[in-house]
Design a protein around this ligand. Structure first.
Ligand code: GCV
Length: 699
């Protein structure tokens, strides 16, 4: 197997040039097994291109005729190559402690050494060497131990097998069709699936789901008579250490099994899940498990049988348990047929109200997958209170790489800073465990038994587009997701540097410093820029209904979806306080229950999420709410215009196809941001009657 390099697809963060440092060295790879073979092949390909060599380890006296520059070895081998012996000796006390995915890395006496207890670790170690480039072969450095913070690092594809009449091939997909499915069939381009797996492994991801959580009739059959298609995808991803999971419908015992019920407590239903799951594992022995959206936006679930979500999740968990599988059960459950006249119902409350009482009732191979915010991936939301409410349940935090609400990959919006804030947030206050700690398995609960972490999940942004993600700069989000799942403490701007140097390799770029500077100028603050010209101060959802692109302040205001801003002539925002509102603030532990309740303490950026205030309300920043709306919307458009200008300055430094695609998308971003600015400013000017203090043009 040769590492896939597709000619008609952008190489993203693994262009051949990124392997130059490694490929020009003498390397030995020791160990056996599928993933070790992948490592060996990666090294062989790079060496063939850049003049290095791959030495086969000898048995017995393991002395190379020339010293190796790089040793990649399993600690469990009968012998490790001579160059690694000193590092192994240093690790001796900890051998077996690196975990399946971990590795040790050191450079001493002119040899770079990667040691791993298991093959996945060796693969991750290889990609760390690639990431470091020449620095991996420069000055010596002592033994570093690398282990991922999250055991499960999963991307969810919302891909449909058949083109859905409303949502298309990929629900909320902005990168063309699906890389797995085309017009009802498995893609004929399986080499592309393999190349995808390679990219994901290099970022740290180790699991994917291959179909939408909204499971339609054809997609449901992936579990049974279409399982062969899933197995074919699994075969492509396996060499890169990526397990395949499947979104299933809770109604499957009825729709596929012909049973009269899908009641999770029914014996026949239990038996059907057990039998069906056994067949899945007979076909795909390393199958990861199921992802389930139940009782949500029209999907069937246990409520239909008067059962709880713990009952529903546990029947599936019982079925996958003998095979080491997991059930990712989504907490995105709310009433999407709300009456907008009813101000007491609050969608933000729903996940906590449904799930917090069930803490401790889920089997230990159930992972409750919680969107990071209580509503739905808005550009600004508080952290979901569910994250702090279920210490006896394994929780996974769900992010959205696909930019449904952040510009749909037509706008530059680097999400690293948002995710860094989310993952570093302390649900019990700054001194307690962080959101990332909860996902990794550490909570503030001292009384209960420790539960494992559920990891990090995200909705993928990838399609069959030649740039993978539609907008070439959106590749950075996909890369950053994997890196954060590996280490949530990484600096988002350092991740961006890694991505820039891998994608636009300095040795192959005319003026790498200028390129890097400009990309930082365009991308570093792009999430906050997007926030500036869209919905203000955390209020969210001022998008066009249905496709969710572009502004429509009242688009959702009188709909059943539960996403309102309540703007009138006097003020704007949702009163979620205990004192006078929906009581949502009471779902948080201290200190946030108090901070969010208090108009004085509530952070500006979340003010309208928690409070309904007059337009003249003065923010901590010193500005009034209305003036803040005007100022940020004017500033946001100026920043996007500046980004467009800066991109024009560096087009000579990048591949013309990338230059053209990014340029065209920046043109659209300027147009769209201007539309956002003008609609938002005009709407709030007409509502409030308050003129802009600076007399700028409002329509
Ligand atoms: C897959 C939002 C999106 C839906 C998506 C849903 C979910 O509502 O608009 O397209 O459905 O989230 O996360 O399940």
């Amino acid at each position: 197997m040769t590492a896939p390099q597709l000619t008609d697809v952008h190489p993203a963060w693994l262009p051949p040039e990124a392997f130059r440092a490694l490929g020009s060295r003498r390397t030995v790879v020791q160990g056996t097994g599928l993933l070790v073979e992948t490592v060996r092949q990666e090294v062989a390909d790079a060496a063939a291109r850049y003049g290095g060599s791959l030495r086969q380890p000898t048995t017995g006296a393991d002395e190379p005729t020339e010293p190796d520059d790089l040793v990649l070895a399993l600690t469990t081998g009968a012998t490790v190559p001579a160059g690694a012996a000193a590092v192994l000796a240093e690790l001796a006390a900890q051998t077996g402690q690196l975990g399946a995915d971990g590795f040790a890395l050191a450079r001493r006496a002119g040899v770079t050494v990667v040691l791993a207890d298991a093959a996945p670790g060796l693969l991750y170690g290889l990609f760390e060497v690639v990431r470091r480039g020449e620095a991996a072969f420069g000055a010596g450095f002592p033994v570093e131990r690398h282990r991922p913070a999250m055991r499960l690092r999963m991307l969810n594809h919302w891909d449909n097998v058949t083109v859905d009449p409303v949502m298309g091939q990929v629900e909320r997909g902005y990168s063309g069709g699906s890389i797995f499915w085309r017009d009802g069939a498995l893609t004929p381009e399986l080499s592309r699936v393999r190349a995808y797996g390679r990219l994901l492994a290099a970022s740290g991801v180790n699991a994917v789901t291959v179909n939408n959580v909204n499971v339609h009739a054809v997609e449901a059959r992936l579990l049974t008579d279409r399982l062969g298609d899933v197995a074919a995808i699994a075969d492509e991803l396996r060499p890169y250490g990526i397990r395949v999971h499947l979104s299933i419908t809770f109604a499957a015992p009825v729709t596929l099994g012909g049973l009269p019920t899908a009641d999770p407590l029914d014996e026949h239903v239990r038996a059907w899940w057990a039998k069906t799951t056994r067949q899945v594992y007979d076909t795909i022995p390393d199958f990861g498990g199921f992802v389930v959206k139940a009782d949500s936006e029209g999907q069937p679930g246990p409520f239909g049988y008067g059962r709880s979500h713990a009952d529903g999740a546990n029947v599936l968990a019982e079925a996958v348990a003998p095979f080491g599988g997991a059930v990712h059960w989504r907490a995105f459950v709310y009433n999407h047929r709300q009456d907008w006249r009813d101000r007491s119902t609050d969608r933000a409350r729903a996940a906590y109200d449904h799930f917090a009482p069930l803490d401790g009732q889920f089997r230990d191979n159930v992972i409750l997958q919680v969107k990071y915010g209580p509503i739905d991936f808005q550009v600004r939301e508080p952290i979901s209170p569910v994250i702090a409410a279920m210490p006896a349940t394994r929780l996974a935090v769900e992010l959205q790489v696909t930019q449904e609400y952040t510009g749909q990959q037509r706008h530059v919006c680097y999400l690293g800073p948002l995710w860094s804030e989310v993952l570093g947030f302390g649900p019990w206050g700054a001194d307690g465990p962080s959101v990332a700690d909860v996902a990794a398995g550490r909570t503030a609960d001292v009384a209960g038994p420790p539960v494992g972490g559920g990891g990090l999940a995200a909705v993928s942004s990838v399609g069959d587009d030649p740039f993978w993600t539609g907008h070439p700069l959106a590749q950075a989000n996909l890369y950053a997701f994997g890196r954060f799942a590996w280490n949530p403490r990484l600096d988002p701007l350092a991740i961006l540097d890694e991505w820039i140097d891998l994608t636009f390799v300095p040795t192959a770029t005319g003026d790498p410093d200028r390129l890097r500077r400009t990309l930082h100028a365009i991308m570093d603050d792009s999430w906050r820029t997007y926030e500036r010209y869209t919905a203000p101060l955390g209020v969210g959802f001022m998008v066009r209904p249905g496709h969710h692109y572009g502004p429509d302040v009242d688009g959702y205001e009188y709909t059943p979806w539960g996403t309102y801003h309540f703007a009138d002539r006097d003020g704007v925002g949702v009163d979620r306080t205990r004192a006078t509102g929906t009581g949502f603030t009471g779902q948080y532990p201290a200190p946030w229950s108090q901070v969010y309740e208090s108009l004085d303490q509530c952070p500006d950026e979340l003010l309208l999420f928690f409070h309904h205030v007059p337009y003249g309300h003065v923010l901590h920043s010193g500005s009034t709410v209305i003036q803040h709306i005007y100022d940020t919307h004017f500033a946001g458009v100026e920043q996007v215009t500046e980004s467009r200008r800066r991109w024009a300055e560096i087009v000579d430094l990048v591949d013309p196809a990338v230059a053209a695609r990014v340029g065209e998308r920046l043109d659209e971003q300027v147009r769209s941001a201007t539309e956002w600015r003008d609609q938002l400013n005009t709407y709030f000017f007409r509502k409030s009657g308050v003129p802009d203090a600076h007399g700028r043009r409002i329509h």
